[in-house]
Design a protein around this ligand. Structure first.
Ligand SMILES: Nc1ncnc2c1ncn2[C@@H]1O[C@H](COP(=O)(O)OP(=O)(O)OP(=O)(O)O)[C@@H](O)[C@H]1O
Ligand SMILES: CC(C)(CO)[C@@H](O)C(=O)NCCC(=O)O
Ligand SMILES: [K+]
Length: 280
């Protein structure tokens, strides 16, 4: 096992989705921490991490992650982390955390990625003084659209198939549809364009609907933050004002990390001022 330096405050943050694992190493468990290294790996290739991307990595003091893949994947990720002395903590959605109140019927049954992204979104809005209703869109294997009111109450959200799953479902459920990539057009006139546009409009339309629902509920225009690996593909076709933000899940993990490890990190930083810098 690689020992951690006594005053090291590094955090390894993990976002394990249904297709890919995304990781980021930060110099401190705080929003705005310096990013030291990051990467992404398809779930099939998790076994290569310890001997590959993570081989030369500075040993993290803490490991905090969101995971929505199954127990088998979690176990395989944990095996890759064994080289370090930091047992991973996996976020389980609570009734409330970091300024977000969880309106789910069974709070722990909410996907941890959805919870963490909402905490990241809330932190981002508050950091710039915007206390407004917020729609959080994540575009990945699945698509989720969450609604938060101006006080940080998660009112509820929707889950829909991602673009890839929609098209594969059509391909396997019909005789006449295959899945060549087409273009998004207002009035598609061939099968490829019809499929590609259908998937894109389904996502954009779902976001519009949730935005309308939230505006009607709050009597105020919501902010819409969109994240996820395929967010940029949706950007040209959105019908509500939105911001594309990279790494909302990592913002959320840093915010949760501050609550869990911030005190310990501050104490270490006080012992060695150079470790964190005077600004923090
Ligand atoms: N044109 C498109 N518009 C919207 N989404 C698309 C488009 N093309 C592909 N996608 C979706 O993007 C997903 C791939 O994005 P990416 O690999 O970044 O997902 P991810 O965020 O890593 O997923 P997860 O976190 O669930 O593992 C595919 O699953 C597919 O559904
Ligand atoms: C919906 C997904 C697949 C999105 O990644 C994930 O958040 C998940 O598995 N959620 C659990 C069920 C729920 O959120 O209600
Ligand atoms: K995801």
């Amino acid at each position: 096992m690689t020992p951690v330096a006594p005053h090291d405050t590094t955090l390894l943050a993990l976002d394990v989705g249904n297709t890919r694992l995304k990781w980021a190493l930060y110099d401190a468990p705080l929003p705005g921490a310096r990013l030291l290294a990051h990467g992404v790996q398809f779930l099939e290739n998790i076994e290569t991490l310890a001997e590959g991307d993570w081989r030369q990595l500075r040993a993290p003091r803490w490991v905090l992650g969101s995971i929505v893949a199954g127990a088998g994947v979690r176990h395989r990720v944990e095996e890759q982390l064994e080289q370090w002395d930091a047992p991973p903590q996996w976020v389980v959605p609570r009734a409330q955390e970091a300024g977000v109140v969880n309106g789910y019927d069974h709070p722990a049954r909410l996907g941890s990625d959805r919870w963490v992204a909402m905490i990241g979104a809330r932190q981002r809005l508050l950091a710039r003084g915007q206390q407004r209703p917020c729609i959080v869109v994540m575009v990945g294997t699945a698509v989720t659209v969450e609604a938060l009111d101006a006080d940080g109450h998660f009112l509820g959200g929707i889950i829909l198939p991602g673009h890839g799953i929609m098209l594969r479902a059509l391909e396997s459920g019909t005789a006449g549809l295959h899945v060549p990539t087409g273009d998004v057009r207002p009035f598609p006139t061939n099968t490829s364009d019809a499929l590609t546009s259908g998937g894109t409009f389904a996502i954009a339309g779902a976001v519009q609907r949730m935005w309308d629902n939230l505006r009607a509920h709050c009597q105020q225009d919501p902010v819409c933050l969109m994240t996820g690996g395929a967010g940029w593909k949706m950007a040209p076709y959105m019908t509500v004002p939105f911001e594309l933000v990279e790494g909302l899940i990592f913002d959320g993990l840093l915010t949760i990390a501050r609550e869990r490890f911030g005190m310990a990190a501050a104490a270490m930083a006080a012992a060695t001022p150079s470790a964190l810098g005077a600004a923090r």
